[in-house]
Design a protein around this ligand. Sequence first.
Ligand SMILES: Cc1cc2nc3c(=O)[nH]c(=O)nc-3n(C[C@H](O)[C@H](O)[C@H](O)COP(=O)(O)OP(=O)(O)OC[C@H]3O[C@@H](n4cnc5c(N)ncnc54)[C@H](O)[C@@H]3O)c2cc1C
Length: 403
Amino acid sequence: PIVFEQRTEREVAVLALLKKAFDELPPESDNPMMNIMAQVMGGDLSDYRDMIMSESPGALPIKLDIFRQYSMYGTEDATEGEGLAKYMSKNTPAKYGLSAMAMAAVSSGKDGANVVMSKYMPELTQGKLFCYCITEPGAGTNTHKVSTVAVDEGDHFRLNGQKTFISAADTAFYMAVIARVEVDGKKGSVGTFVLEADTDGISMTKLDIAALGDPQFTVHFDDVILPKSALVGEKASKSGASGISESVFYTLNLERIMIGLGAIKVGQESLQRAVKKAKQVQPFGPLLGESAAVKQQLAKLTLQYELTNLALKKAGVAFDNRENPKTVGMFSNMAKYLASTFADQASDVALQLYGVEGLDKEADDIGGLCQVGRVLRTVPINNEMVLNFLAENLMGLPKSYQV
Ligand SMILES: Cc1cc2nc3c(=O)[nH]c(=O)nc-3n(C[C@H](O)[C@H](O)[C@H](O)COP(=O)(O)OP(=O)(O)OC[C@H]3O[C@@H](n4cnc5c(N)ncnc54)[C@H](O)[C@@H]3O)c2cc1C
């Protein structure tokens, strides 16, 4: 287990809080958050030690997610032969990432870190989780087109609109909703609102999506009345169509890193299985792994794995140190691109080596890994827009699309 010889006061406070909550829980509890925390306190997190020890307020959300990665995707639990896809759907890990994103939005504002520590962290340990609502039927990656609106009516906001593909909306206690503020009939900037999921005027319809993890919903907001304090986090520097709050960028950067952490595990699992098959299968005499073409393909994937891991760590540290959002955006976009490409390519190679056996859900379910790997190229941001972002921001090339 990791030795916290350099614990800061803040670390001591967080761990004491979690330990107290854990100690007070009945031993037979199946509260998943508690199980995570138990593993965190006894688990081996040495790889991400620097990030975990960071004192920055922004460190909290990413810590939450690293806990999630280690306790839920950790190699100890994902036993050989148990499909990661099956494993993911059983444990619905996305829920914790969604809460981490909401915490990132809250902690981006003045005093936000204290609110996270004093209010939301204890509540998260009681299982009061978040869903995160940004996608709309007409606004996928393009957040500038968000049409959900929060009209400023003096002492409250009135929220109207619709969000879709919202994971785990049915079990969320809170919702973090991205909406455009409107004042005196004029369009303002896009910001993050936190509301309780059982507030009057909220309804939802379950979607029938062939995806893994938590179920998705379309969520409707009809004349939902919110206190002014529901608008959280850093405000936008510009208003109107071009103004998107820093809280949104901060959160989306974190999401890219978290999705990258999930994607690298999908790729790693796929690669391990591909190597296993290359050493086992000999359809026409020689082992598949004896072929130079197969060996070199697997070696290239190993290179991709190492590069992706470095990129993820770099992005995580930049996020935690609250570097300039553009810098964090650059590294988190790179990490997301590399990780999703690695997941997609490694699962494809694994399926190639398995042949049809890879489609057997009861065996290694390589088909499931391929599905996740492919979806990750589009979600939560499509890889084409990642490349556009890099070309425009690193090389100063002009925009080739309209927002
Ligand atoms: C399992 C799952 C869970 C999800 N959970 C949530 C959730 O909890 N909350 C939430 O808010 N959303 C959620 N989403 C939605 C997800 O964030 C969106 O799907 C994502 O933002 C992409 O939007 P889109 O699918 O509309 O595609 P878009 O980004 O709108 O793109 C549509 C197509 O156009 C292509 N494209 C786009 N721009 C370009 C370009 N410039 N050049 C070339 N091609 C381009 C894309 O590659 C894609 O094929 C979830 C989705 C899935 C699948």
